[in-house]
Design a protein around this ligand. Structure first.
Ligand SMILES: [Zn+2]
Length: 122
């Protein structure tokens, strides 16, 4: 069984909320069944930090697997310069350490006080 090289995502023309689907399809998922490339066909954003992706195996005729996948924002690695007050994404352990060092005057990160307020206290 030989696997033909897949044509690039040229046939994907649909747009999702202003983002070309071919941009989304740069995400690389391997098909759990055949190991082929999974293509993002469409997505639905239910929450600002969570999007459902509908994936189709590109090995359409030999495999044909389709699934729904979830893409979630789980940690802040660098705070936004334009923080949304309704969004609260926990800081990564590394970022928490950097903020602590900055608070102690040992480091200058340039994280403004508003971004720091976004981090929930635990
Ligand atoms: Zn497959």
């Amino acid at each position: 069984m030989t696997r033909k090289s897949e044509p690039e995502e040229q046939e994907i023309e649909a747009w999702t909320e202003g983002v070309p689907v071919h941009e989304l399809s740069r995400l690389r998922f391997a098909c759990p069944h055949c190991g082929g490339h999974m293509r993002v066909r469409t997505s639905k954003a239910h929450l600002p930090t969570y999007t459902e992706l509908y994936l189709h195996c590109a090995n359409e005729f030999e495999c044909g697997f389709r699934c729904k996948s979830g893409l979630g924002v789980i940690e802040t690695l660098a705070p936004s310069y334009k923080p949304n007050p309704d969004i609260n994404i926990k800081f990564s352990p590394w970022l928490k350490r950097q903020v602590r060092l900055e608070d102690q005057g040992q480091m200058r990160l340039g994280i403004d006080s508003q971004a720091k307020k976004k981090e929930p206290k635990r």
